[in-house]
Write a protein that binds this ligand. Structure first.
Ligand SMILES: Nc1ncnc2c1ncn2[C@@H]1O[C@H](COP(=O)(O)OP(=O)(O)OP(=O)(O)O)[C@@H](O)[C@H]1O
Length: 312
């Protein structure tokens, strides 16, 4: 038997409003989070990620199903959970007149063994804004402060709602590194994101959510290994005879001219297939330009499962 899950959501159902105007935000959603792992809840806007995570944080009561956090009930056991769980909300969480440095020092005093305030300020690039009042901080600065506030007390478990939304690349990377350090220190992290690269980079386990339901789950590797294996692309003159190319390839490969002069081959892309394609090109006097074998991404997985782009 492995260790008990840190977070367990079973058959969660959540609706907003009543009667005809009711909106189903979360629909029979189940997920399990193991200790000292990073779990990403990945999905487009409105998929139900925030509602799910807010239920785990004890801000909303589960209308259907069960939610357990560190073996406790997020609402009934709120006071026992508070010192053990860090929460980064999508919006704010600090008073408008307070400065980041004051806020962090204040929180540090409330904890027995806080992280070093200076280290957090430095790592999250908050040095410049450490003495600016909260109301004057940029969205990205507020977000980085929110992250610092959620982890300063060395929680066992952290919930991060869209931790890198709107951050510049440098701040995104600083956030990712911090999350990786948390995992290394044995902290369990649950985050929501609509960036598949973030889920691919950080998560041990990904739950792909759409319209309130989990439509796929697994490690990033497992998820991207399913369905169409790989894609081979090349550019050439437009109007090549794709039927002739298709006939040269093993059964099960799809060939298309995705845009004029842009050719796409989907299927089991192996060295043999690559050799067949280049031989066909040679026989037809075509010099393939920009020939590339592309890995299946979580973005492709989402597209295949829903017929829609992830970033909506
Ligand atoms: N307070 C509310 N009242 C009514 N409907 C709501 C409320 N909060 C969320 N919803 C609806 O519930 C659904 C799920 O929203 P939720 O915020 O959980 O999704 P999300 O995946 O977190 O999206 P985002 O990435 O935009 O935050 C959406 O259709 C949303 O419009």
């Amino acid at each position: 038997m492995g260790e008990a899950p840190v977070v367990e959501v079973e058959d969660l159902g959540m609706r907003y409003g009543r009667g005809q105007n009711a909106v189903t935000a979360v629909d029979h959603l189940s997920l399990t989070v193991a200790k000292a792992t990073v779990t990403a809840v990945l999905g487009p806007n409105g998929a139900g990620k925030t509602t799910t995570i807010e239920t785990c944080e004890g801000y909303r009561r589960a209308q259907q199903g069960l939610v357990s956090v560190l073996g406790l009930d997020p609402i009934a056991d709120r006071h026992r959970l508070a010192p053990r769980v860090g929460v980064m909300l999508q919006e704010g969480g600090a008073w408008s007149g307070i400065r980041p440095l004051e806020m962090l020092r204040h929180l540090a005093e409330l904890h027995k063994d806080p992280l070093d305030v200076g280290m957090l300020v430095e790592r999250l690039g908050l040095g410049q804004s450490a003495r600016t009042t909260y109301r004057r901080l940029s969205g990205g600065e507020r977000q980085r402060l929110g992250l610092a506030m959620s982890i300063i007390g060395r929680p066992e478990l952290v919930f991060l709602d869209e931790p890198t939304a709107g951050l510049d690349p440098q701040a995104r990377h600083a956030t990712w590194e911090l999350v990786e350090d948390l995992r290394r220190d044995g902290v369990t992290v649950v985050l929501t994101t609509h960036h598949m690269d973030e889920a691919e980079r950080l998560a041990d386990q990904v739950y792909v959510v759409d319209r309130g339901r989990v439509i796929a789950s697994g490690t990033p590797k497992e998820l991207t290994a399913r369905g169409a294996e790989n894609t081979l692309r090349f550019r050439g003159p437009s109007g090549l005879d794709v039927r002739s190319l298709h006939a040269a390839l093993p059964e099960g490969c799809k060939v298309s001219e995705a845009a004029p002069g842009n050719y796409l081959i989907e299927g089991k892309v192996d060295p043999q297939l690559l050799a067949t394609v280049t031989a066909w090109c040679a026989a037809n006097g075509v010099l393939p330009d920009g020939l590339s074998v592309e890995r299946h991404t979580l973005e492709d997985v989402f597209l295949e499962l829903t017929g829609r782009e992830l970033r909506t």
